[in-house]
Design a protein around this ligand. Structure first.
Ligand SMILES: Cc1cc2nc3c(=O)[nH]c(=O)nc-3n(C[C@H](O)[C@H](O)[C@H](O)COP(=O)(O)OP(=O)(O)OC[C@H]3O[C@@H](n4cnc5c(N)ncnc54)[C@H](O)[C@@H]3O)c2cc1C
Length: 439
């Protein structure tokens, strides 16, 4: 019997999931996305920002024939991060296993292209510009709005909400008994930055490395040079008391980059300065849930289930890993959804929740504690090198270089995570009191 699967969201999670489900043979999939087909729109009109894929995400691609190769060919291999300090000085932190840097939408385009090469409309139909507005969990139907028809009601056997942090599917689960979820914004907001390929005098950021800057007032910039010599970057800044929201002219923007990120400031073009000024500020959500399923017919996955701040670079990696977890359960329970759907929560919830803890409390706000972080990292790496049998790798290396479950990594780093949480809470409280006094 064919199972009718309806996937809401054609982001990395939704599209990779199709790659896993369709070869099983007993699934017919309709995937809906509220946005336009990214394969047909220009770069300036799509949701562009650089992401890094580590072992976890790459393993998820590797299990599907040809996917890892295609994504690697499109992205850049990153062997370490260059932290730019003042006065042109820098510090390099290497990676044992390289990351792959790729634009989020370029990743989706590659996954879509491979998918439509392999499967035709007898098994797969993709509907863009179709926004999910309602889910009737009892009748097993979903309502979509698109540009031509007013409302489209579609039925399903299995519904997958892979519709990102603002998931409409998840919102409908809130009406079901015992389902709890929290969605809030993290302290950091961001704006993207793009440097064109240099014509004469351009940037000299090294290809094959990620580049990072951090200011005294906790603005962080990350930049990834691309193969075509362009640079994609993101400026993260706290939502309160920051320099970015007060930039009001192109001169301000140029000054901001020259003062804080001189290596970018000297090569940013006038066009990009203007674009940066006009570009809206984006917020980052975190999502915590106590369940990732409903009955035997609904699952939420990826950012819809466990969106996290981008600082440890695991949001997309974990979204891709969700597809691996579901596929394994389908194997283990011979596609019996009555068993598989609730098991997904059992197998994934602890890891999703641990990922939130790790994302929020790996990096301290305090300068001194950050110094301690670097000392701990160097010590743990040395011990692991000398006594690999007795000393496990540094927890951050486990995050980005292995597929060890997040809950295990959190257990091994619990002392540090609790220390950072305490310190960050204290610091933020003190800052809050200080700004109240100023008012
Ligand atoms: C600046 C930044 C940097 C990041 N860097 C990294 C990184 O280095 N490494 C990493 O692993 N992760 C990173 N992430 C996180 C990563 O982008 C996300 O975790 C990942 O995209 C999640 O994939 P997803 O498919 O679950 O959701 P999404 O990528 O959000 O896709 C959801 C899809 O659902 C669609 N949708 C939403 N609502 C509806 C609706 N109502 N109806 C129909 N369709 C809908 C959307 O259009 C979208 O296509 C970063 C995030 C940001 C913002």
């Amino acid at each position: 019997m064919t199972t009718k699967v309806l996937i809401v969201g054609s982001g990395p999670c939704g599209v990779l999931l199709c790659h896993y489900l369709l070869p099983r043979g007993n699934y017919k999939i309709d995937i809906y996305d509220r946005r336009s087909d990214p394969r047909t729109i220009s770069f300036s009109n799509y949701r562009a920002y650089p992401i890094t894929l580590s072992e976890r995400g790459l393993r998820a691609l590797r299990e599907i024939d040809g996917l890892e190769e295609v994504v690697k060919a499109q992205g850049v291999e990153i062997t370490g991060t260059i932290f730019h300090i003042k006065n042109g000085k820098s510090k390099f932190v290497s990676k044992k296993k390289p990351l792959i840097g790729i634009d989020r939408t370029a990743l989706v385009i590659n996954l879509l292209e491979q998918l439509t090469k392999k499967f035709d409309d007898s098994q797969l139909n993709i509907h863009f510009n179709s926004k999910c507005t309602q889910v009737d969990l009892k009748a097993k139907t979903v309502t979509f709005e698109n540009e031509t028809t007013e409302e489209l009601i579609v039925n399903y056997d299995l519904l997958i909400g892979a519709d990102g942090c603002g998931s409409v599917v998840r919102k409908h689960l809130l009406k079901t008994e015992g389902f709890k979820c929290e969605q809030n914004y993290v302290r950091s907001q961001y704006k993207t930055v793009f440097l064109p390929a240099p014509s004469e005098e351009g940037h000299n950021l090294k290809l094959g490395n990620m580049h990072g800057w951090r200011t005294e007032d906790r603005i962080t910039m990350l930049a990834v040079p691309q193969r075509n010599k362009t640079v994609s970057g993101v400026v993260f800044f706290p939502h309160e008391n920051n320099q970015v929201t007060s930039l009001s002219s192109t001169e301000d923007v140029r000054q901001f980059f020259s003062d804080n990120f001189p290596e970018i400031g000297k090569s940013i073009s006038d066009v990009e300065v203007e674009a940066f000024l006009k570009r809206p500020i984006s917020k980052v959500s975190r999502v915590w849930c106590n369940r990732y399923h409903y009955g035997d017919s609904v699952l939420i996955m990826g950012d819809a289930a466990h969106a996290v701040s981008p600082f440890i670079g695991q949001g997309c990696n974990s979204a891709l890993e969700d597809a691996v977890v579901l596929n394994k359960l389908l194997n283990d329970y011979s596609d019996n959804l009555v068993k598989v759907v609730p098991e997904f929560t059992k197998h994934r919830l602890a890891d999703g929740q641990a990922l939130l803890e790790l994302s929020e409390h790996t990096f301290p706000l305090s300068k001194w504690l950050f110094f301690e972080y670097v000392l701990r990292m160097n010590f743990a790496r040395m011990m692991n090198k000398v006594f690999p049998k007795y000393c496990s790798p540094f927890f951050f290396d486990m995050l980005s270089e292995t597929t060890v479950p997040y809950s295990k990594i959190l257990s091994s780093a619990q002392g540090w995570i609790s220390k950072v949480k305490k310190s960050n809470d204290k610091l933020l409280q003190a800052e809050c009191l200080h700004s109240l006094k100023e008012v």
